[in-house]
Design a protein around this ligand. Structure first.
Ligand code: AR6
Length: 231
């Protein structure tokens, strides 16, 4: 049901887009202004099989830390469906910690179509990448490389060849990329999170002490990268 709306938490230039029916104040919303915004997927929680509850704690911790360091810029956690477990967990934990809803919210939609189908302008999007920074492999990585065209692969290669877990790299997107022209995305930040999937490289074999440290580093590196763009 996309008709349920609650505009009570919106700023003056915002109206709600695709409604997010779950309770809590971190509603997705449509931005009508040009506030610099980073849209990011939950790193490592799907193909890389990282524990959702632990990941949600880390997202909220790092979002709270960085929301004070990015001026008026905003951070938006994106996932494909209203049923997203990680999204629900993050919303509940962010509400508990009173994270500023002007600086952080969640949005249901395809990260490669935020402007054209969600009405949300995000000049920067994050990718849950693989260590080779290659297209394909499914998940959000395949979607972003597909949507961005060959421009993203060549621009990525110019910057860096591989990524180690816990790191992020900022890639300026050529203006010929469809993601730039259609969605207004000027930068993609590739992030490599910790992997708990035995069928993927660098599996941590359930070592959550190490995994949590690497996931924290990954978000810190992502948000630092975003801060370096908006500064
Ligand atoms: N828009 C928004 N969110 C999405 C989209 C999309 N188009 N597609 C997926 N998600 P995953 P990981 C969400 O598996 O766990 C790849 O093969 C998804 O629901 O993409 O870090 C890479 O090559 C989930 O919440 O990333 C790596 O090898 C989140 O994005 C590996 O997967 C991340 O899911 C990385 O695995």
């Amino acid at each position: 049901n996309s008709s349920t709306q609650d505009n009570s938490n919106f700023g003056p230039n915002e109206v709600e887009g695709q409604a997010d029916n779950s309770a809590g104040s971190y509603h997705n919303r449509v931005s009508l202004d040009d506030t610099p915004t980073l849209a990011f997927p939950s790193i490592s929680t799907s193909d890389f099989q990282f524990n959702h509850d632990k990941a949600a704690d880390i997202i909220v911790e790092k979002v709270s830390e960085y929301s004070n360091k990015i001026g008026n810029a905003r951070l938006v956690l994106v996932d494909l469906t209203h049923k997203s477990k990680i999204m629900s967990l993050v919303k509940a934990k962010a509400a508990e910690k009173n994270v500023d809803t002007q600086k952080f919210f969640t949005h249901v939609g395809d990260i490669t179509r935020l402007h054209s189908t969600g009405g949300l302008r995000c000049s920067v999007i994050a990718n849950a990448a693989n260590w080779r920074l290659k297209p394909g492999g499914g998940g959000v990585n395949a979607a972003i490389f597909d949507a961005a065209g060959p421009e993203l692969e060549s621009a990525t290669k110019e910057n860096v060849k591989t990524l180690s877990p816990g790191n992020a790299v900022v890639v300026p997107l050529p203006s010929s990329s469809p993601l730039f022209t259609r969605e207004g995305v000027s930068h993609v930040i590739h992030v490599l999170g910790p992997n708990m999937n035995p069928h993927r490289p660098n599996c941590l074999n359930n070592d959550y002490e190490k995994g949590c440290r690497i996931l924290k580093e990954a978000y810190a590196s992502l948000f630092e990268g975003f801060a370096s763009i908006v500064r």
